[in-house]
Design a binder for this molecule. Structure first.
Ligand SMILES: [Zn+2]
Length: 114
């Protein structure tokens, strides 16, 4: 897989959470199928890059605005999931929501490290 010219950075997908493993698992658990990975994505810093130039591993992402974006997104997500969990008592009520929130917080912390 070749990388684009002139942009050596690894970014995050703007919708970093919606393509994340925990989100996919939640979607699969809810609707029974996983969303397809796109070929070109909008990054957290507003660029359009090949999906291959993005990563969800905090240690791999070299674009600072993207790291900040991802950190913020994950913290918001963790709070959102926990709120949903308390409100719904529905399909998110059991383990998945708790582990998704923990996963998101862990990633936020790793994105914040620099
Ligand atoms: Zn970026």
């Amino acid at each position: 897989m070749s990388t684009g010219p002139g942009d050596p950075h690894i970014h995050v997908d703007e919708r970093v959470l919606q393509t994340g493993a925990a989100y996919r698992n939640l979607v699969v658990a809810t609707v029974g199928s996983a969303p397809d990975a796109p070929t070109v994505v909008t990054t957290g810093c507003g660029l359009r890059v090949p999906y291959a130039m993005t990563s969800r591993r905090p240690e791999t992402v070299t674009c600072l605005p993207c790291r900040e974006h991802a950190e913020r997104e994950h913290r918001t997500f963790a709070e959102h999931v926990e709120r949903l969990d308390r409100l719904s008592g529905g399909p998110l009520a059991a383990g998945p929501a708790t582990s998704a929130a923990r996963w998101a917080r862990d990633l936020a912390t790793r994105f914040a490290r620099r």
